[in-house]
Design a protein around this ligand. Sequence first.
Ligand code: MN
Length: 230
Amino acid sequence: MNYVFPLWTPPALSIHGSTDLFAVRRIFCVGRNYVEHQKEMGGDGREQPFFFLKSEFALVTNTAVVHYPAKTTNYHYETEMVVAIGTGGRRIAASDATKHIFGYGVGLDMTRRDLQQIGKDKGRPWDFGKNFDESAPCGTLTPASKIGHPVKGAITLQVNGKLRQQADLSEMIWSVPEQIEYLSQYYTLEPGDIILSGTPAGVGPVQAGDELVAHIDGLNDLHVKIAPAL
Ligand code: MN
């Protein structure tokens, strides 16, 4: 069998303490999974979270340069814990969910907020606001076999050395096992799927030249520099 152009290498995340790579299949993202973030987005803090997806080709790996994207003037960061699925399944009970997790990392759900808002206003899909080139910078994964399953700990973002997001993982509305239970009712999860588990309050815009450091206690920091548009 020949292909009309060469096959690409699957996008993949590095693994702390290993030379192996974690190939990424799908990127699921939780929307509005922290009360204070719901409120800053105009909600009442009592909404059900929900999911949307990004293509795996939105992935950018650690210590990355991310280009200011096309067709936006309101480009936002959202700092999130990345949950990496190592064992697939469907209709997974929350009580069994951690068995399906390979590890954890720090990620950014980069967002063209103005295009997302157009989608909301017109009842259209969010893809152009959320799922675009380089919209998912994700750091090195740390295996759960090394650190267990984080349920609390600081999640922070600094932009040019100034603290912009600061919360605790324990403030998630849907815990990671609850996210897996919910998601696996709708999708058959596969090894290589990752979940961006929602952002806390404090989201805001960045510009070319800005330097971001996303941090979650116990995981590898994610460093991203915003470069001028291509
Ligand atoms: Mn998000």
